[in-house]
Design a protein around this ligand. Sequence first.
Ligand SMILES: [Zn+2]
Length: 429
Amino acid sequence: MIKKIVDFFKKNYTNIFFIFIIFFGFAATYALAVPKVVRIKAKIVNVRTGPMLSYNVIGQLKSDEQIPILQEKNGWYLVRLNGDKLGWIASWLTDATEIDSAIKTTGVINTNQTNVRLYSNTNSPIIKILNQGDKINIVYSKSSWSQIIIDGKVGWVNNRLFDLTDDSSNNNENTLNNAYVLEPNTKIHQNPDLNSPVLKSLKQREKLKVIGTQGNFYKIKDAQSTEGYVISKFVTTEIPKPITIYRPKSLAQTTIVIDAGHGGNDPGAQANNGRHYEKKYTLLVARELKAKLAQRGVKVIMTRDDDNSVKLEDRVLMTNQVRPNAFISLHLDSSPQANQAEGITTYYYSRKDDLPLAQSISTQFKHLKTTNRGVAFGNYEVLRDSFYPSILIELGYINNDHDFTLIKKPYYREQLTSKIVDGLANYFK
Ligand SMILES: [Zn+2]
């Protein structure tokens, strides 16, 4: 039974506002590196208050979103979300290779005695004075101010006081990122401002080179070398390759992630006797399944191997890093009333990637001593967010006396795990 955990995570989202407030107080103290832009590769990437999985989630980014990174630490990127919030994302869920060096925004100060301020207003303290010709790295821009990095600190400069420049590496056309016009009649503006003169109108699908970003604009160059600014949402950079699902032709060549549901302070569903919990039996079955698969030459990865709490999203992250050929989550079901329901259900999320695996395994359950409830669509986080063929098996109802008696017996678990192995062997051939 997994629905309860999902609800638990949903409820905890109400704490996010507190986390924002606490975190944003520290944000200004971060020393930032030269900015680069990364593209989100995973379907959903959680933004956290710190550079580790154990930090709280404060927001999410979706596949294909592009976001400038402000700092890198232990494989994590510091990013800025809408509304100036800062948070960390796992670098392995982004694709930094394409845009990496392409969108690096630099500028040159055009006025002597230019004040760099702590905040984006003229009343805030001056942290540095720059002169004409001084170079700056721009991390973020909004209507009339840009945030820059100066002496390892973050400061703000009014947009009138500098001009954007091409970084020397960006003068090489090959390092520029291609972009294509999405919206017909997209205008090239002289400045990153909709009120600035229009230099040109672009046709849909026209190819552009992206030189830099400023606020909601890309600085671009078109095929005729017209340079100017377009609204970034009106163009798209090239779509990254989709993840290819490789199905080996023999079980022995596979890597399989086994996910024992619940664990630690999350016991899962309860048996009718009130003394036994789901987490114990999911782990027992997981270990027995692991042993069987290992005998067949499978490389098995467990999301937990003892009585530990592992967050759902961490189970997914782990899986997406391992890139397995299959992911199998094991649970025991529970009905609202004791002995109301019995049997095994095999859940899938993606019809294309998960359903064939679910069917291959579910069909093996027909001669077991409980009902085979077949396959069903299940909108579970561990299925939804994993990129690889994934299923979740509710191995029986823990609050059904018949099912629970079976699951406690080693000989029955032996049959059950043999059936799962048979289903996998049929799927990989
Ligand atoms: Zn469960």
